[in-house]
Ligand binder design. Structure first.
Ligand code: FUB
Length: 338
C-alpha cells in the first residue's frame, strides 16, 4: 500500500454508515462470528509522528484491540490490548492488517509485522478467548512473507491462508522466491506480463504451519488469460478475503492504487478464479480493506474509511450489508452520498 493525500482532494462527503468506534482509530477489519457474537480483528491506527512516504512508514501500528458486538447496529465493545508488539520476540515495526481463526478450543490471531531486518513476515498468536489476550509464537510462520493474512476454513474443516500485498507490502520483492532488499518499490514493472498474484497455502491442523507449497491465486479475465500488470483497475494489490456462497468460492481484494474492491469466483479455494467486477467504489482515504461475513442469515461487509480524521493513516472501521444477486454477482456497495 501507499499513502497519499487523496482524502483532501475528495472534498466534503456525506457518509452512509457510521464509524463503529470513535475512541480509537481502527482499520482493516477482519470480522468473524464466534459463539454467536461478531468479533472484529482490526489494525489499531496511531499517529506515530512519522511523515507520510511511499513505503507506508507512517502506518506504524504497535498493538491490536479486538472489538465485539452482539448484533449489527448494537453497542461495540473494545476489549483493550490483545497483543502488543513488545511481546512479539521477532518483531521490528509496523503491525499491519490481522485475521483470526478458531479450531478445537483455541483462537488464532495471524498478524503481519516487519522483522528486525525490516522484512514483513506473518506471525501467529493463540488464546482461549476470542478477545485475547493472545500469546505470540517465538518465530514467524516458516515460509511466510509479505502482509494481509486472511484465513478461510472450508466446510470440510480445511483451512487456507491467503496473503500478500504489493508496494509497501513487499510482495514484488519475493517474485524470485527469496527477498530482494533492493527490489522494486511498487510492482514488477512489467505491464504486459501477468500481474503479481496474491498467495494461497493450506494450513496444517495445528493452524501454525503451512502445509505444502505456497501457490499463486490466479485471476483470469474474460478470455481465460491472467490479468496483466498494467491492468490497475482489476489486478490484485492487497487486502484479500475469501467467502463461500452457494458452493462457489468468492475471492475479493483491493486494487490498491485504483482504490476498488473487486471479486473473482472459482470452484476451488485455491483457484483459478474468474474476474467478475468491482463491488465497492473508492472510500475516503487511500487504502481500502474489507472482510465479508454471514451473520443471522444476512451478509455483511466490514471496511474502513477516514471519516473521523481525514488522514489516510488514521482510519475508522464500518459495516454495511452485502447482497448477492440471484445470478451470484455482488451488488455494488455505496458508501457515500455524492
Ligand atoms: O493497515 C496497513 C495496510 O493498509 C494494510 O496491511 C493494507 O491492507 C492497507 O489497508
Amino acid at each position: 500500500m501507499l499513502p497519499a493525500t487523496r482524502s483532501a482532494a475528495q472534498g466534503k462527503k456525506k457518509f452512509l454508515n457510521e464509524p463503529l468506534i470513535k475512541s480509537i482509530y481502527t482499520a482493516d477489519p477482519s470480522a468473524h462470528v464466534f459463539n454467536g457474537k461478531i468479533y472484529i480483528y482490526p489494525s489499531h491506527d496511531i499517529d506515530a509522528g512519522i511523515p507520510e512516504n511511499d513505503n507506508g512508514d507512517h502506518f506504524a501500528m504497535r498493538d491490536y484491540h479486538i472489538l465485539s458486538m452482539d448484533r449489527i447496529g448494537g453497542p461495540v465493545t473494545d476489549h483493550g490490548v490483545a497483543l502488543d508488539i513488545k511481546n512479539i520476540p521477532w518483531a521490528g515495526r509496523q503491525l499491519w492488517a490481522p485475521d483470526a481463526a478458531y479450531k478445537n478450543g483455541t483462537y488464532y490471531l495471524y498478524f503481519p509485522v516487519k522483522d528486525k531486518q525490516d522484512v514483513f513476515h506473518i506471525g501467529v498468536a493463540t488464546s482461549k478467548n476470542p478477545a485475547g489476550p493472545f500469546k505470540a509464537e517465538p518465530k514467524p510462520i516458516a515460509g511466510s512473507f509479505s502482509i494481509d493474512p486472511a484465513v478461510f476454513t472450508d466446510t470440510n474443516g480445511q483451512s487456507y491462508m491467503y496473503f500478500g500485498g504489493i508496494w509497501g507490502g513487499q510482495l514484488q520483492r519475493w517474485a524470485k522466491g527469496k527477498y530482494e532488499a533492493n527490489g522494486s518499490k511498487t510492482d514488477l514493472q512489467q505491464d504486459n506480463s501477468p500481474a503479481l498474484s496474491c498467495k494461497v497455502v493450506k494450513l496444517k491442523a495445528n493452524m501454525k504451519e503451512f502445509d505444502g507449497k505456497v501457490r499463486d491465486v490466479i485471476i483470469l479475465d474474460e478470455h481465460g488469460k491472467p490479468l496483466l500488470g498494467k491492468d490497475h483497475n482489476r489486478r490484485f494489490f492487497e487486502g484479500s478475503w475469501m467467502h463461500k456462497y452457494n458452493g462457489k468460492y468468492y475471492f475479493t481484494y483491493s486494487t490498491g492504487d485504483t482504490h476498488f474492491l473487486a471479486y473473482a469466483i472459482g470452484d476451488n479455494p485455491m483457484g483459478p478464479f474468474k474476474y467478475k467486477g468491482i463491488f465497492m467504489k473508492p472510500v475516503q482515504g487511500w487504502t481500502t480493506h474489507h472482510s465479508i461475513v454471514e451473520f443471522k442469515g444476512k451478509w455483511y461487509i466490514f471496511y474502513h474509511d477516514t471519516e473521523l480524521s481525514g488522514k489516510t493513516h488514521l482510519r475508522n472501521v464500518k459495516v454495511t450489508e452485502l447482497h448477492h444477486n440471484a445470478d451470484g454477482s455482488i451488488q455494488m456497495i455505496e458508501t457515500v452520498k455524492e
